[in-house]
Design a protein around this ligand. Structure first.
Ligand code: PEP
Ligand code: MN
Length: 345
């Protein structure tokens, strides 16, 4: 249930309303938007009626939310969420985040050299897998904590905030200390214990869409994280499994405007894991910008042929630079900007 508050309501009257709602046993999600303040009730609202709140003179309207996601719902918060990643980088509204890097972190020198090139080309964050969810147990599984240390060296050198995938709760504290954004991979989108644990942190989370998940299931996973108190969720569309075999997955470009209609959370697009082949990355990245995405995540490797994972879908640094030059033109049309790095640590 949400309550629209009249524009001329005083702060003390709003506070009284909020404390009465809390006394009735609900948690409150308050959103002070540009157009109005919205009070969202979290809990079992079947026990209350709209009239219980319409009687307050500051209340403009009371509405029940039919969808199962509440905190992630656009009706709970009308303005786009803007999530602060650190070092000057934000994602959401007009802030467009460009996250690039190798599928897996391989070694210190190549990671630092690549990070410098990515930053020069226009990326404002660095991705790299240290714990890898591989289809085969015999494939390279990632460097583990050593990989996170290497990413931190690259961050020291460039200021680029770092994004890396966490696969289970046992390394959660390490990730909270060592990365700027915790990525939850497609295969873990519905690992509810993991999502609940993330809800107890205040780290930005990249929540990748499960390969067979509906948009509603994806938003419910975001809701799990937000229900615990962590509102810093970024949705990542990375392709879904369809009957088509020409590409690794099918990029659901429609998910961008659908998710933005349903939710205030930022949504970024990962064309690399959607396409699974290099030649499609530029066209899909451009399509994502024009569909209104709030960012891109792109795999880049100095020598894709010899990458330890996902080389077939990695761009070279030169190809990434060429793509970014076009992306920046498109972003101007869309009224979005890639924040510059302000190195603070
Ligand atoms: C990745 O980003 O390297 C990855 C494994 O992605 P996904 O979870 O989308 O497959
Ligand atoms: Mn990959």
């Amino acid at each position: 249930m949400i309550i629209h508050v009249k524009r001329d309501a005083t702060e003390s009257n709003i506070k009284t309303l909020v404390s009465n709602i809390e006394e009735a046993g609900f948690k409150v999600h308050r959103s002070d938007g540009e157009r109005r303040t919205i009070i969202g009730l979290i809990g079992d609202t079947s026990k209350v009626s709209e009239n219980d709140f319409k009687k307050y003179s500051i209340v403009d309207g009371v509405y029940r939310i039919q969808k199962p996601y509440k905190k992630a719902n656009r009706s709970f918060q009308e303005d786009d969420s803007v999530i602060d990643i650190g070092n000057g980088v934000k994602v959401g509204a007009e802030n467009f985040m460009v996250c690039a890097g190798p599928c897996s972190v391989e070694d210190l020198d190549s990671t630092v050299e690549l990070a410098i090139k990515l930053k020069d080309a226009g990326a404002n964050s660095l991705r790299g897998g240290a714990f890898k969810p591989r289809t085969s147990p015999y494939s390279f599984q990632g460097l583990g904590v050593e990989g996170l240390k290497i990413l931190n060296e690259a961050k020291k050198e460039t200021g680029l905030p770092i994004v890396s995938e966490l696969m289970g709760t046992d390394h959660l504290d390490t990730f909270v200390d060592m990365v700027d954004v915790i990525q939850i991979g497609a295969r873990n989108m519905q690992n509810f214990d993991l999502l609940k644990a993330l809800g107890q942190t205040n780290k930005p989370i990249y929540l990748k869409r499960g390969m067979s998940a509906t948009i509603q299931e994806w938003l419910m996973s975001a809701e799990y994280i937000m229900a615990g108190g962590n509102n810093n969720v970024v949705l990542v569309e990375r392709g879904i499994r369809t009957f088509e075999t020409a590409t690794r997955n099918t990029l659901d470009i429609q998910a961008v405007p659908v998710a933005q209609k349903e939710s205030h959370l930022p949504i970024i697009v990962d064309p690399s894991h959607a396409a699974g082949v290099r030649y499609l990355i530029p066209s899909m990245a451009k399509a994502a910008v024009m569909a209104g995405a709030n960012g891109l995540q792109i795999e880049v490797h100095e020598d894709p042929e010899n990458a330890w994972s996902d080389g077939q879908q990695c761009l070279t640094p030169a190809e990434f630079k060429e793509l970014m030059d076009t992306i920046n033109v498109l972003l101007e049309i869309e009224g979005k900007t890639v924040n510059k790095i302000v190195q603070t640590k």
